[in-house]
Design a protein around this ligand. Structure first.
Ligand SMILES: [Cu+2]
Length: 132
């Protein structure tokens, strides 16, 4: 049975190839799992921003959020001393009355970066949302 001596060598290398293939598959699966884990925090990324209306106006008067993630503004008007009895965010079609001492939730999702103004109904008391 004149087996060429290199046939055995061929069989071994085939086995090695199979092992390498399995190894690569395991690494790929592990990588995909790690990726899925890495993405998980981005799936429930609501950005909650507390805001008040005081005698100073909107506090804070500048808010930073990230694009593509829902924003929940919780606005509480604490004073009768200003005309800011509502909050208007034109770019997001928001015009929300602010009853005294009642937290009001306003939810929207900025889709692109930029600066978006918020203001009282007369556009006198203002602030800016910086979307990054
Ligand atoms: Cu006003």
């Amino acid at each position: 049975m004149g087996r060429p001596p290199n046939e055995g060598g061929f069989v071994v290398s085939k086995t090695m190839l199979a092992s390498i293939a399995i190894f690569v598959t395991v690494v790929a699966v592990a990588g995909a799992t790690a990726l899925a884990k890495g993405q998980k925090p981005r799936s429930s990324p609501e950005q909650i921003v507390a805001m008040q209306v005081t005698s100073e106006g909107f506090v804070p008067a500048q808010v930073k959020v990230k694009a593509g993630q829902p924003v929940k503004l919780v606005v509480t008007r604490k004073t009768e001393m200003t005309c800011a009895k509502e909050i208007v965010i034109k770019d997001f079609g928001i015009n929300q009355p602010l009853p005294l001492n009642q937290p009001v939730e306003i939810t929207f999702t900025p889709t692109k970066a930029g600066k978006f103004r918020y203001a009282c109904g007369m556009d006198m008391i203002t602030g800016v949302i910086i979307v990054e």
